[in-house]
Design a protein around this ligand. Structure first.
Ligand code: KG4
Ligand code: ZN
Length: 334
């Protein structure tokens, strides 16, 4: 089977990214232009600012991806793009660029779900064995997904309120740490102790769903109460206590899902997959339970376009082309 060359584009949030991927597994280039510095002073991603940055950078990022791969646009077999979910104005920039290229060069256009991209980032490093369970934890999503076979997704659990990354970012803001807060809390937690014993929110016994807003409120209340009493909080201990609660719930539910579903592997994906506490907790639990754990390398945890090129192999092989009527879908279902 010939291995198609796919030019992939991702612009769903605050990274403008393009990549060239051969056959869904071989990354020839992976260019990511981050906007984090521009959003820092607002304490979070400002959608309008994100869209403007994408518009300014998208053509350069695509050119760089082709140049680094040593590939001309006419050698590309298809153009893939994140269709959703994400910020509508941000998504539109990538979708418009992909449609323009597909139309101008007569190439097939492939719409890809952002979360499918995060999942298939794992296949850039390791072979996947089905059925499997994937724990998605990012700024916008916290989900447990059962995949009976390649390209088939069944959402078996999801957050009922905040996503894990969102809780990290809000707790970081309470500690007056700059955006994005996840990596900073992770850093502080390395030298702290779980002294606060925050609640673990399990929900119903059989549920695979998550809830992080109660935990977030407990952390914020602890900080405010200490301020009122004039007490000093040790940020390292607060971070370690918050992280211990998040990690225990994520790990316990993920392991239970793999065992109950008979999964051959447990995958993790999304920005929070970079968290050292989560990686360590899952590694320990999986080795204890005899479960094969697949963890993406750090540079593939955050948003990038190589993962979109990896996931695009399914619509490509199935001949599921999008038309030029494709639109950005901020609430797209997996
Ligand atoms: O997947 P991603 O790059 O963008 C979305 O699709 O949301 O995830 C970004 C999220 C942010 O909330 C960020 O704070 C969090 O991932 N994050 C982390 C870590 N690195 C990034 N959270 C905890 N620990 C980390 N090391
Ligand atoms: Zn993402």
């Amino acid at each position: 089977m010939t291995q198609p060359l796919i030019l992939a584009i991702e612009s769903s949030c605050d990274e403008t990214a393009a990549a060239v991927v051969r056959g869904g597994t071989d990354v020839l280039s992976n260019v990511v232009s981050s906007q984090i510095e521009s959003h820092k002073r607002f304490g979070g991603v400002v959608p309008e600012v994100a869209s403007r940055h994408h518009v300014e950078r998208i053509t350069y990022v695509i050119d760089d991806a082709l140049t680094e791969a040593g590939v001309r646009i006419d050698e590309i077999d298809a153009i893939a793009v994140t269709e959703g979910p994400g910020l509508v104005g941000a998504l539109l920039v990538g979708v418009s660029a992909a449609k323009a290229l597909a139309f101008a060069h007569g190439k097939p256009l492939l719409g890809v779900h952002h979360i499918a991209g995060h999942i298939y980032a794992n296949r850039l490093e390791q072979e996947l064995r089905f059925p499997l369970v994937c724990l998605i934890a990012s700024g916008g999503h916290t989900e447990l997904i059962y995949m009976p076979e390649d390209g088939v997704y069944e959402v078996i659990g999801e957050t009922r309120d905040d996503a894990a990354g969102e809780a990290y970012d809000k707790v970081a803001r309470t500690l007056k740490l700059p955006y994005p807060g996840g990596p900073r809390i992770d850093q502080l937690a390395q030298t702290g102790q779980d002294t606060f014993h925050f609640p673990r929110i399990w929900l119903e016994k059989e549920s695979y769903d998550f809830s992080f807003s109660g935990l977030k409120s407990s952390v914020i209340n602890a900080v405010h109460n200490a301020e009122q009493r004039g007490e000093v909080i040790i940020p390292e201990d607060l971070a370690a206590s918050f992280q211990a609660s998040v990690v225990e719930v994520l790990v316990t539910k993920a392991i239970r899902a793999v065992k109950e579903k008979g999964g051959k592997q447990l995958l993790i994906a999304g920005g929070v997959a970079a968290n050292r506490g989560l990686r360590a907790g899952l590694t320990e639990a999986c080795s204890r339970e005899g479960i094969e754990l697949v963890i993406p390398p750090m540079h593939l945890c955050g948003d990038n376009a190589a993962m979109i090129g990896a996931a695009a192999i399914h619509p490509y092989r199935a001949g599921r082309q999008s038309t030029l009527a494709m639109n950005a879908e901020p609430g797209l279902d997996l």
